[in-house]
Design a protein around this ligand. Sequence first.
Ligand SMILES: [Zn+2]
Length: 483
Amino acid sequence: MLYKRNRSGLPQMRQLILSGVPVNGKIFFAAMCSVLAALFFWGARVQAAYRVQPVDETLVVVIDPGHGGENEGTAEGRLTLEDAALEKEMTLVTAKAMYDELCLYDNVEVYLTRTEDVDLSLKERAEFAASVGADFLFSIHYNASPSHDLFGSEVWISAETPFNAYGYQFGCIQLDTMHSMGLFLRGVKTRVNDSGKDYYGIIREASALNIPAVIIEHCHVDEERDIPFCSTSKSWADLGRADALSVAKYFGLSSSALGVDYSGFSETLPEVKEHARVQQTLKDETPPDVCSVEFLDADYQTGELSVTVTAADYDSPLLYYDYSIDGGETYSVLYPWPGSNALEGTYTDTFALSLTIPSGVMPSVVVRAYNLFDVPAKSNCLMSLQEFWYGEEAEEQGAESFAEPEKEQTDSPGTKTFLPASADALEQESPQSFLSFLMLCLLFVVLLFAMILTCQAVSLSLRRRKRGRQRRKEEGDSRNHRK
Ligand SMILES: [Zn+2]
């Protein structure tokens, strides 16, 4: 599997997932962690189950276009999107398309909390849903992150039972739909405030009125990998129709107008317990458990440096990584973690990362791994002991720059170094250090044996001497006696 991405102003990067990586402790530990995490998620995903939410024959769905009026939502899309759109405008287009599509299904009543550019409080939206007897409230949103680096689709659900289970079953279908459109997945998650209640007001207000609610954050309007999914009013409507499809599948709806029947679909949902919270939707407070970077290869003629990245998280899958070549002072944009699937809880635990180091740079590589809740773990710092010189700059500098440096650097904790000339030797660094460790152990055992043998020999000779003295004494005594 080859993965390639080139962002302006950053070194070109190429990575390929390795099938045969050296088995050392860290990798083994990472593999175990990811197996545990995968099993943990798999447990919930693998078993197909019925929708746990009971509903009457006629379904009532309320769609809430997020924001409105003076509450504009994110304005980050103004830089790039059609009509310099605000979030409140995008959500209205999406919600209306979702409404139109859902109205085509049989036995369903659909309502919108707003059809105009008006501001409603979250409480008013929830109260409206209650007033029409809503079975479910879907709040429609678009995302933006403070550092404009996150991308992908996510669903926020209630932490309260049984809405947590309902939200999780719906959220999985919704993310499946988003994934099939090509969006990166950020998971089905909960967020609670200091008093343990749902953090997001619309979910909290709806739960208080006994209505399950979710927030659909379709994608990020401020990240270039998500922009193609939300750049035009057509794409906002497409996402609305996709949302309607998820709702139809979740409730097992059928439509004679559309000629579709999803009545069996809600029997294939992930297994959940109605009155227990789904563990993987709860916030993972800890960073990934393992994150390390090791030297793999360096080509000083082209500036290509390859490193092996290994990471794992016990509690949630890994979503992104970024890297630094200046020891952690500045970082690249975020990249999707290879094999990341927030829905299945799976990811690749080890992969090779190839970086193009600009000429004249002595790189110190640091990689950060981010989990489902965007909590990062930082790797060790992998330092080069020589600058990369190539191309025109290398010719200007002359051959002396290529002189080998003395390999006498003492590694500080969390820092590893590598040298160009002995790259092959250093690639074997781990087995070699393991061998040294074994030799040391052997030496210790030999010394211990030698000590034991010496002690025994000394004590034996002492005992012999003592017995000799005793014998001589006894002989002397008997002689004196005979006299
Ligand atoms: Zn919003």
